[in-house]
Design a protein around this ligand. Sequence first.
Ligand code: NAD
Length: 349
Amino acid sequence: MKLLVTGGAGFIGGNFVLDAIASGDEIINLDALTYAGNRDTLAAIENDPNHVFVHGDIGDRALVAALLAEHRPDAVLNFAAESHVDRSIDGPAAFIQTNVVGTLALLEAVRDYWKTLEGAARENFRFLHVSTDEVYGTLGATGKFTETTAYAPNSPYSASKAASDHLVRAFHHTYGLPVLTTHCSNNYGPYHFPEKLIPLVIAKALAGAPLPVYGDGKQVRDWLFVTDHCEALRTVLARGRVGETYNVGGNAEMENIEVVKAICALLDARRPRADGQPRAVQITHVADRPGHDRRYAIDASKLRDELGWQPQYSFEQGIAATVDWYLDNQPWVQRVLDGSYRLERMGTA
Ligand code: NAD
């Protein structure tokens, strides 16, 4: 397939693009290369004739229109976003600009292109919007988010993603654009920018620095290894019902503190501290994130029962693979940290 992917130099988009090129797809990769975008992630496919990288903004409707007219993709996958909750607390405007205004410009360009298609090309075209479970808000001790859970976003990030979801839905109902939307739980794995919990803890643990755990650390997330998410997206793209939403989750609920301890144990086994102390001694509880959602859990039975997708990685397998990847790819981490981000705390409001 020929796909226009947005945000393909980021964490999930980058993993998706690498897998897609390996599978023989043609990718036009539109990315604004914000602090979170990293062409290093794409080094292995830099000269691949099936990969065209375009440095640009999804909010540039004329650019998107020109790319669509030139390359005539079979589908568009929208990963591009401002994605970090803490940053959205410090500066929500960038989130509205890319996630809402940018998504609107992208949708308008894609709608105009889709209207020019005929026959099977028009029938089979899809716009897949990659969204998050955070639009549903927070859960108590029991229950899971389903596709019919009411939206209740609590952070500027999740509010901006919720708004973009509504625009995507509206473009289907108003203009007939064949859209699909996915709501995925927390991802982890290779090429994850080290401001997010798992790569941050790995980086700080190796540096001998305090490991910041927000509040009591008992916030629960349902962790999904990134390649399982990418496979879910391919499944939804191939067989999802137009206009539907699909939840994607790993059946791997963990408290943040358990995640941090698991990383410490893996590093203790692979790279023991020089003084022989366990890395858990570096754990430091810090003030909680304002408005921190307590628990997310995903019911992914619709995706399993309708389309046959299931995660392949348990949390134990995925976290071990992730720690090993970071140990083997320290130059990637160092180059990311050569930019403006230095592992500092953000989003304390
Ligand atoms: P990321 O921050 O690692 O990457 C985002 C990418 O988008 C970067 O390469 C960045 O340069 C690019 N980008 C930002 N603004 C842009 C713009 N205006 N135009 C073009 N490109 C732009 O994010 P991620 O973790 O890979 O998340 C990708 C998508 O998946 C996001 O839409 C996010 O909301 C969603 N999502 C993420 C998770 C998760 O756990 N990371 C879970 C569920 C859903």
